[in-house]
Design a protein around this ligand. Structure first.
Ligand code: FE
Ligand code: FE
Ligand code: ZN
Length: 276
C-alpha cells in the first residue's frame, strides 16, 4: 500500500495532525519539531501523545516524519551557531522518543566558506555527539539543491557524512525530488540512472523517505523553490514513475508543495489515482 502524506502545522499538537492527515486522505505526515526558524519548543503534552498513538493504531498511521528547523547549521563557521544546532537537535531527539520508531530529517547545513570537507567533518562530529545507541529514532540527512555553500548537494557528500558517523544504524537519507533535480540529478529523463548512482554512493538501503515536490526552476539550477505537483519542471509523470518504481516500493512519500490542506488533498488523491 502507498504511504503518502504532506507537511502539516504542528501548532495544535499530535492528535490534531493525525486527524488532519486522515481528513485529506493521507496515512502519514511530516511536521516541524518546533518553529521552523528554531525557537524554543513547546513541552511535550503526554496526554496528547497518548491519544495520538491510539488514534494512529486505529487509523493505520504507521510512521511519521519529523523535520528539524531549517535554520540550524551544524557546520557554520560560527561556533555558537554550531553549538545551537547541536543542543536543539539533541533536545529534538529526546522529544522524538515519545513517538518511538520514527524518522527525524534535517538539512545537513552550509559550510559558510570553510569548505565541504570541513563541513562534512563538523556535521558527522555533531551526530557522533548526540546519537545514542538506545534511541529508536532514525536521523535522516536531506539531499540538498546546492544553493550557496550547502552540504548535501551530491550523493557523495551525504555518503561521506554517513561514512564518518559511528552509529550508522541510526542514520539514513531523505531524497527531495525538487532538490536533487535542482542539484543536477535528472530524475525526469533518467530516474533509473539516478537511483543506480544513489545506490552506488549512499546505498538504497539507507533511503528512508522521499519528499515529492515539483520545482519552479530548470534542471541543475541549484535554486530550491518548490512547485505544485505537475506544475513545475519535473511534471506529473515523474512523480507517477517515482511512486511506482519497484526500488522505492514501501517508502513513505511526503508533499512539501505550496498548498493549503485542500490543495494537498487534491494532490494526494491525484497521485493515488495515477499510481494504483
Ligand atoms: Fe527539508
Ligand atoms: Fe524537502
Ligand atoms: Zn526545499
Amino acid at each position: 500500500m502507498l504511504t503518502i502524506g504532506c507537511h502539516l502545522s504542528s501548532s495544535k499538537g499530535y492528535l490534531h495532525m493525525g486527524k488532519e492527515a486522515v481528513s485529506i486522505g493521507a496515512n502519514t505526515f511530516q511536521f516541524f519539531t518546533r518553529n521552523p526558524r528554531g525557537s524554543k519548543a513547546k513541552p511535550i503534552d503526554e496526554t496528547d501523545v497518548a491519544a495520538f498513538l491510539e488514534f494512529c493504531r486505529e487509523a493505520g498511521i504507521e510512521k511519521i516524519l519529523a523535520h528539524a528547523p531549517y535554520t540550524l547549521n551544524p557546520c557554520s563557521k560560527d561556533a555558537h551557531t554550531r553549538e545551537f544546532a547541536k543542543i536543539t537537535m539533541e533536545d529534538d531527539l529526546k522529544r522524538m522518543e515519545y513517538t518511538p520508531g520514527n524518522c527525524y530529517n534535517f538539512h545537513p547545513g552550509s559550510h559558510t566558506g570553510q569548505g565541504a570537507e570541513e563541513g562534512i567533518r563538523q556535521i558527522a562530529g555533531m551526530l557522533n555527539e548526540i546519537l545514542r545507541p538506545e534511541q529508536t529514532t532514525t536521523v535522516l540527512l536531506e539531499t540538498m539543491a546546492g544553493k550557496g555553500t550547502e552540504i548535501g548537494r551530491s550523493f557523495e557528500e551525504l555518503a561521506a557524512i554517513l561514512e564518518q558517523v559511528e552509529l550508522k544504524d541510526h542514520m539514513g537519507v531523505c531524497l527531495d525530488t525538487c532538490h536533487v533535480y535542482d542539484a543536477g540529478y535528472d530524475i525526469v529523463r533518467d530516474l533509473d540512472g539516478v537511483l543506480r548512482e544513489f545506490d552506488r554512493t549512499v546505498g538504497l538501503s539507507n533511503l528512508k523517505a522521499i519528499h515529492i515536490n515539483d520545482s519552479k526552476n530548470p534542471f541543475a539550477s541549484h535554486k530550491d523553490r518548490h512547485e505544485k505537483i505537475g506544475e513545475g519542471s519535473l511534471g506529473l509523470e515523474t512523480f507517477v514513475n517515482l511512486i511506482r518504481h519497484p526500488l522505492l516500493a514501501g517508502l513513505p512519500f511526503y508533499l512539501e508543495t505550496p498548498n493549503e490542506l485542500e490543495g494537498y488533498a487534491g494532490e494526494i488523491a491525484m497521485l493515488k489515482e495515477r499510481t494504483r
